[in-house]
Design a protein around this ligand. Structure first.
Ligand SMILES: Nc1nc2c(c(=O)[nH]1)N[C@H]1C(S)=C(S)[C@@H](COP(=O)(O)O)O[C@H]1N2
Ligand SMILES: [Mo]
Length: 203
C-alpha cells in the first residue's frame, strides 16, 4: 500500500525532477554568481540598449524608454553549464521580439552577437532569440535584478545554458553569419542546448 503518491511529488520514477536536464543538479535556494569580469556599477541615467547591424532601423532605448515598453514574464528554470540549475524562477522584462520588431531585421540576418557594457559577448542564432524565447530582464524573483546578477538589466535566454544570458547587456548586433562570443572562443559550445548537453565544442 505504498508508492501510490509518488507521482504527485513532481519527481520522475527515479526520484529526479523531470525539469532537470541531464547532468544538472538542483541548486535549491542558492543562486550562484558566475562573472568573468569585474561587476560594474551602471547608472540607469546613462544606460542604453541598442539593436544594430543588419536591421532596417538601428534603434537605441534609454532606461526610461525600455521600461515603458510592454513587459512580460518568464516563469521557469535556468541551467548553468557548470551543472547547477535553478527551478521555478520568475523574471520580468521586455521580450526581444518587441525590440527586434522595432528595428526590423533584414532578410539576410541569421545570427546575433549580444554585447555588454563590460565587454563580455555571446552569439546566438536569431531563431533562438525570437518567438517568445528571450528577454532583456530587469527583475528576478519580484525584485530589481541585483547588480551581481546583471542589474540593471541582463539578457535572458533560458532555454539555452545560462552563459548565453549576458549580464549588463548593452545590445544586439545582427549578422549574416555566426561568430563566436567570449566563452564560445574559449571552448564552450556554439549553441548550448542543455537538453542535448551541448556544453563544449564538439559535444
Ligand atoms: N557579462 C557577463 N555575463 C555573463 C557572464 C559573465 O561572466 N559576464 N557569465 C555567464 C555565465 S557562465 C552564467 S552561468 C551566467 C551566470 O549568471 P548569474 O551570475 O546571475 O548566476 O551569466 C552569464 N552571463
Ligand atoms: Mo555558466
Amino acid at each position: 500500500m505504498v508508492g501510490f503518491t509518488r507521482g504527485f511529488s513532481g519527481r520522475g520514477r527515479s526520484g529526479r525532477d523531470p525539469r532537470l536536464p541531464p547532468g544538472q543538479y538542483d541548486a535549491g535556494r542558492s543562486w550562484p554568481v558566475l562573472t568573468a569580469e569585474a561587476t560594474p556599477k551602471l547608472d540607469t541615467a546613462a544606460w542604453t540598449f541598442t539593436v544594430e547591424g543588419l536591421v532596417q532601423t538601428p534603434s537605441t532605448w534609454t532606461w526610461e524608454e525600455i521600461r515603458a515598453l510592454p513587459g512580460s514574464d518568464y516563469e521557469g528554470d535556468i541551467h548553468c553549464v557548470t551543472t547547477w540549475s535553478k527551478l521555478g524562477m520568475t523574471f520580468r522584462g521586455v521580450s526581444l521580439d518587441v525590440l527586434l520588431d522595432a528595428a526590423v531585421p533584414l532578410p539576410a540576418a541569421t545570427h546575433v552577437m549580444a554585447y555588454t557594457h563590460t565587454g563580455y559577448t555571446t552569439n546566438l542564432p536569431l531563431a533562438d532569440v525570437t518567438g517568445g524565447q528571450a528577454w532583456v530582464a530587469w527583475e528576478a524573483e519580484g525584485k530589481s535584478l541585483p547588480r551581481e546578477h546583471g542589474g540593471p538589466a541582463r539578457l535572458l535566454v533560458p532555454h539555452l545554458y545560462f552563459w548565453k544570458s549576458a549580464k549588463w547587456v548593452a545590445g544586439l548586433r545582427l549578422l549574416d553569419h555566426d561568430e563566436p562570443g567570449f566563452w564560445e572562443q574559449n571552448g564552450y559550445h556554439d549553441r548550448g542546448d542543455p537538453w542535448l548537453e551541448q556544453r563544449y565544442q564538439g559535444d
